[in-house]
Design a protein around this ligand. Structure first.
Ligand code: GLU
Ligand code: MG
Length: 466
């Protein structure tokens, strides 16, 4: 479990000693430096690195970094809000010792996620990891609910030698094909070894649908740990691929057309050790709370998209018939509905049943995405929101029936998602004014950054940044 306590200047009790012992162990394993990792509002992973011997100092007093990244865009230009985006000030990055991993594909390096606090020792209101810790803590306090979560990682593997940032698929075999598995045999075997060495329990690696596309899925953890893991896993995939002459794209779309890369969220709510999505009196074994939780997510999805599909490139992926889930509908294992109810297989259901939220991609900051989706679900749970009728098959075929059932197409552009986000008081309140304003400013900045570009140019602009 991830600690829900904030970092404190001087270190949490016992942590400096623990960091001293850990830095000695890491040094003995040949680790020279530690990557301190967080994700900004635009979804870009940002880092500072420290020598291994500095770990105790970092755990006690943090490592300085500007708060300006909260309003950085994906192209590294800077926007602002009334409180963010200034060149002034500094923050402290505090590594979470529970989630340090030795990077198997980057010899000499370890990795740790950080929380960011102010120079005065207060939680930084734009720290996305702190936000997710808060949401999880509130769920436990107010609803007696905990969560298990996982982020699916889809990526397109290209040749590193391709000129000028072009995407040239690294494999040529068919979707889900044996050919592709052989073509990337060494690389994926090394990925499995690296994940095992890092304690990442991979459930599957498979060739996906689109050109050069693969997917890694992993076991569920508490939401903060799941978000950390999704960042670590991408760092690992990237590093392994680079050793094999490949370059990977986690962008929602590598080109203007075709199936994109998703970052589907899997989420289950639990109370007193019991999975609320299984063994209940509702549909497909859901408890009334699980149905209302799903209803909350469904109802807030249009506004949530500004968080879960944050890039102009996200809307190249979010098209019907691409299994990205672009309709406000749910169904049992339906791949075209935004919320996919998964019961798991008979015999495992009490452990495996969960909700899959599909209109999420890997441009999304996973801490913001999980926190916002959970907050939306809790809103439904608290209100006892009714879950509408299930959809079977493709919602696009419902025709006139769709409106009666409340099945609508999700926002088709980042502009439309921002407009829905502005109307969604619940999601904005959960984020808090500082983060919600940062989301709006950064999304408007991205929209302006791609003004006048066609779909292929938008895809190219974001192809290698996430
Ligand atoms: N690649 C699809 C997406 O963009 C998902 C395919 C699948 O269902 O795994 O979300
Ligand atoms: Mg997939």
């Amino acid at each position: 479990m991830t600690t829900l306590a904030d970092p404190v200047p001087g270190g949490r009790p016992g942590e400096t000693e623990r960091a001293g012992a850990l830095s000695g162990e890491l040094a003995a394993r040949g680790v020279h430096g530690i990557v301190l990792s967080y994700v900004d509002t635009a979804g870009i992973g940002r880092v500072k690195t420290i020598p291994t011997a500095r770990l105790p100092a970092a755990v006690a007093w943090g490592v300085g970094m500007s708060p300006v990244f909260d309003t950085f865009l994906a192209d590294d230009s800077i926007v602002g809000t009334d409180v963010l985006g200034s060149p002034d000030g500094d923050l402290r990055l505090y590594p979470d010792l529970d989630h340090v991993a030795v990077l198997a594909a980057q010899p000499g390096w370890a990795w740790a996620p950080v929380d960011r606090i102010t120079q005065d020792g207060e939680p930084h209101p734009a720290c996305s990891r702190t936000f997710l810790r808060r949401v999880v803590a509130r769920a436990a306090r107010e609803h007696g609910v905990t969560f298990r979560a996982a982020v699916e990682i889809e990526f397109a593997a290209g040749l590193a030698s391709a000129p000028g940032g072009a995407f040239v698929p690294a494999v040529s075999g068919p979707a889900y094909g044996a050919t592709r598995q052989v073509e990337l045999s060494d690389c994926t075997a090394e990925l499995l070894a690296a994940c095992a060495a890092q304690g990442v329990d991979v459930e599957q690696v498979h060739p996906e649908y689109a050109a050069g596309q693969f997917e890694v899925s992993v076991g569920a953890l508490d939401p903060v740990a799941a978000a950390d893991r999704s960042v670590l896993l991408r760092q690992t995939v990237r590093a392994v691929a680079q050793r094999h002459g490949l370059r990977v794209s986690f962008a929602p779309a590598v080109s203007g057309e075709g199936v994109g890369n998703g970052g589907h969220l899997h989420l289950s709510a639990w109370r007193d050790g019991v999975n609320l999505h299984s063994g209940g009196t509702g549909r497909h074994g859901m408890t009334p709370d699980a149905e209302s939780f799903a209803a909350g997510i469904l109802g807030h999805l249009p506004g949530l998209l500004a968080v879960t599909a944050p890039s102009p490139a996200s809307y190249l992926r979010l098209r019907p018939a691409q299994w990205a889930g672009v309709f406000t509908a749910w169904g049992l294992e339906t791949r075209e509905t935004a919320v996919r109810v998964i019961t798991g297989t008979a015999g495992l259901r009490d452990q495996a049943a969960n909700l899959e939220v599909k209109p999420v991609d890997l441009a999304a900051n996973p801490y913001l995405a999980l926190g916002s989706v959970i907050a939306a679900g809790l809103d439904g749970l608290a209100a006892g929101a009714p879950l509408p009728e299930a959809t079977t098959g493709d919602p696009a075929r419902l025709g006139a029936e769709a409106a009666r059932r409340g099945v609508h197409r999700l926002p088709v552009s980042l502009e439309a998602a921002v407009a829905a986000f502005r109307r969604d008081d619940v999601v904005r309140a959960a984020l808090g004014t500082v983060l919600a304003d940062a989301v709006i400013a950064v999304r408007l900045g991205e929209i302006a950054a791609v003004a006048g570009l066609d779909d292929d140019q938008v895809a190219a602009a974001y192809r290698w940044v996430y």
